[in-house]
Design a protein around this ligand. Structure first.
Ligand code: SAM
Length: 296
C-alpha cells in the first residue's frame, strides 16, 4: 500500500494558490476521481480515503486498474504517434493528475524539440495538483474549465499563452467523456473543437464500453459504475456511438487505422506499458478508443 500523500501534502483541508479557482477550499474528506485514478495507475498523488474507495471498486470490478493502465498506454502511443507526425502542441481535456507518464512526461522522454501542453480540468483538486506539479514548467499549464465549454477553454489565458491554434494540435479526451451525461451533446462539442483546429491536427478519445459481450463482466462493470457514482456519475457507451462522434467531425477529418478499436489494439507496436501488455486480454472488452486526423 502506498503511503505518500502526494504533491498537496496531508492536510484535511487544502487552500491553494493564486487564481480565483484555486482559492476555493478543497473537499478532502471524500475520495476524489483524479486521485483514485492515480492510485489505479500506481501513483503517489492519492490519499488513504482514495485508496480505501479504490480497493472497494476493485472488489466489484477487478479490471478497473488494468483498464486505467490501458488508457494510459493508449494515450502515450497517441502522443508518440502525433509527435512522429510533426505535432508539437497538445490539448488534454479531462486530464486528471498529470503523473505516471502523463502527456508532458511522455513528451519529455520522447523529444528535445519545443513542445506545448495544456491540461484542461474541471475538478479543483486535480487542477490544484496539476498547478503544483507544473510550477517550474513553463511549456505546460492547466486551464481549469469544463471541457464542454469549448469557447472558454480555447479563449483561456493559459491556452492562449501556450497554444498557437493556427498550427496543428493533438486534442486528447482520454477516459474523460464517460463523465459527460446524455443531456450534453458530446458530438457537437467535439465538432466545435474540431472546427477550431488547424489542418494536420488530431482528435483522440477513449471511453468505457456499454457493449461488453460477457454478461458477468458487464454486470461487474455496472456494479463499479454504480459505486463510482457516489463521487462522479459515469456513463457507458457503445462502439456505434463513438464511431458516430468521429463521423460527426465532418469531411475534413479521417479516422486513422485501426478505426474505433479496443484499447490494446490501437497501434500496439508504438510503445506499451509492460503491465498493460501482459493483462491486455482480460481488460480488452471494457473500452473503445480512436484517433481522427484533420486532412492537410
Ligand atoms: C479518469 S480521469 C482521466 C485522466 C486522463 N485523461 C488520463 O487518461 O489519464 C478523468 C478526468 O476527467 C475530468 N473531467 C470529467 N468531466 C470533465 C469535464 N466536463 N470537464 C473537464 N474535466 C472533466 C475528471 O475530473 C477527471 O480528472
Amino acid at each position: 500500500m502506498r503511503s505518500s500523500e502526494g504533491a498537496l501534502g496531508t492536510r484535511r483541508t487544502a487552500v491553494l494558490g493564486r487564481s480565483s479557482h484555486s482559492r476555493a477550499k478543497l473537499d478532502v474528506d471524500r475520495p476524489n476521481p483524479g486521485r483514485v485514478y492515480d492510485w489505479f495507475l500506481g501513483g503517489n498523488s492519492n490519499w488513504a480515503i482514495d485508496r480505501v474507495f479504490g480497493q472497494r471498486l476493485l472488489g466489484m470490478w477487478p479490471q478497473a486498474a488494468g483498464v486505467a493502465r490501458q488508457n494510459r498506454s493508449f494515450m502515450q502511443r497517441v502522443v508518440t504517434d502525433a509527435l512522429d507526425a510533426g505535432i508539437h502542441q497538445f490539448l488534454d481535456l479531462g486530464s486528471g493528475i498529470p503523473t505516471m507518464g502523463n502527456v508532458h512526461e511522455i513528451l519529455q522522454l520522447r523529444t528535445s524539440e519545443p513542445v506545448r501542453v495544456v491540461y484542461v480540468e474541471c475538478d479543483p483538486v486535480a487542477a490544484a495538483h496539476t498547478r503544483a506539479y507544473l510550477q517550474h514548467t513553463d511549456w505546460a499549464g492547466v486551464t481549469q474549465a469544463d471541457l464542454l465549454n469549448w469557447r472558454e477553454v480555447l479563449a483561456d489565458v493559459t491556452t492562449q499563452r501556450l497554444l498557437d491554434l493556427d498550427q496543428p494540435v493533438c486534442l486528447l479526451a482520454v477516459s474523460a467523456l464517460q463523465f459527460v451525461g446524455p443531456d450534453d451533446n458530446i458530438a457537437d462539442v467535439l465538432r466545435r473543437y474540431g472546427s477550431e483546429l488547424a489542418p494536420g491536427s488530431r482528435i483522440a478519445l477513449s471511453h468505457f464500453a456499454s457493449d461488453v459481450p460477457d454478461p458477468l463482466s458487464r454486470a461487474a462493470m455496472e456494479r463499479f459504475r454504480t459505486a463510482y457514482g457516489a463521487i462522479k456519475p459515469v456513463w457507458l457507451r457503445d462502439r456505434g456511438t463513438i464511431t458516430d462522434w468521429f463521423d460527426g467531425l465532418g469531411d475534413q477529418w479521417t479516422l486513422l487505422n485501426p478505426g474505433v478499436a479496443q484499447l490494446p489494439d490501437w497501434c500496439p507496436d508504438l510503445i506499451a506499458h509492460p503491465k498493460a501488455t501482459a493483462q491486455a486480454e482480460t481488460e480488452r472488452p471494457y473500452a473503445w478508443c480512436g484517433v481522427a486526423a484533420h486532412d492537410n
